[in-house]
Write a protein that binds this ligand. Sequence first.
Ligand code: UDX
Length: 441
Amino acid sequence: MARIGIFGAGYVGLVTGACFADLGHEVVVRDILPERIARLQAGEVPIYEPGLEQVMERNRDRIAFTLDVAEAVDGAEFLYVAVGTPPTESGDADLSAVWSVIDELPQDVPGRPVVVMKSTVPVGTGDHVRRRLDDRGLTNIGYVSNPEFLAEGSAVRDFMNPDRIVIGAFEEADGDRVLGLHSGIDAEVLRTDVASAELVKLAANAFLSTRISFINEIANVCELVGADVTDVARGVGLDHRLGPHFLRAGIGFGGSCFPKDVSALKQLAGNSGYPFMLLQAVWEVNELQKKRVVQKLQKHLGPLRGKTVALLGLAFKPNTDDMREAPSRVIAYRLLAEGAEVHAWDPVAHPDDLKGIDLCDTVLDAVRGADAAVIVTEWPELRELASAEVREAMARPLIVDGRNLLDPAATRAAGFQYEGIGRPRHASPAEPPARPSEVAR
Ligand code: UDX
């Protein structure tokens, strides 16, 4: 069993650390945030990730937390880098946290520890790290790119049952050792050079984002021609060459990965002399998609000044409290800019930086007196939204279903006006079908 130092106690670092401990390795996780480390040392898990707490709990004697670089490096055969690489204003990835880790590695590390890059980094970062280590004479430290493909909400399961393990190494033997760490995990293995491993991660996330923007555009066309995107997506996904995944139309993608990686790949291509036009469109479609919800509200309510809108769900997707790049942020501030009053509810995300928004404890509190309720995140508890209690609490029983979570016919039968994404507006006595010219663009 190996000793592993992990830099970064965020989603990726904690899940990686906990899962490696579960596979029997000795893990030390290092972060620069004193409060985070103190909580972890006290046995708390500072993020919401299903299953993580249990894995941490049963491996307590194999996982330690520290602020001290030396403690994480001491005796470690592997040094995992799992720090954040957020986009800068220019769209490039901010690698300052990666460089701090590399530059803080002590001068006299014995043996042959391997730096393993988990963070998503631009292609070429491995070469750059190699040069920087060599310039300091740290030629005994190996380097391997081993990108993570963890989706929040299922990260523990994804780590233990991955579709693939990608290992890009400068030295074959370093790659063998990193692969050896995964013994006990049954997965397809791809061995490659460092640059290709780096690009696999960006290309996979950009492709998934492309599928989402594609189906969102199909949804927008559905609204104009009277088709239903849920049926169209099902029919498209039944083609085995395409598959059913990531074809759910909605209000756009968010989170810590897709927006960042689309932007990073677009930027990387541009900086290398190739304008990646498809990704430019993927990005723009996603921005417009968030705002279309506001247009749908205006179509039903007219000007939004003085109207009350309940946002149901704030996290960028269910089963997480993550608010990074959440579409709810854009929708909330767009509504405020239109002069609406915004109520919001989420079962686990309670952001304190959404200014001017009334955070409510229950769905019922959020919808009370509201002129519309918008399903922003498909939390399972919202499946029951179309109840008599909710209808009576609202000033106007209008549901804009940004995730196509509800059954349109049942929702209308329960006395609500219903509008989804890319679904036909079937006739109901109070709601004649829209002519194309009436549909918001
Ligand atoms: C993603 C990748 O799945 C993971 O492999 C990578 O390592 C990190 O990025 P994550 O950001 O946790 O994981 O979320 P994911 O479940 O992939 O969803 C991303 C966004 O796309 C969410 O906002 C989600 O609502 C949206 N989405 C997803 C859709 O709008 N439609 C879909 O069909 C699927």
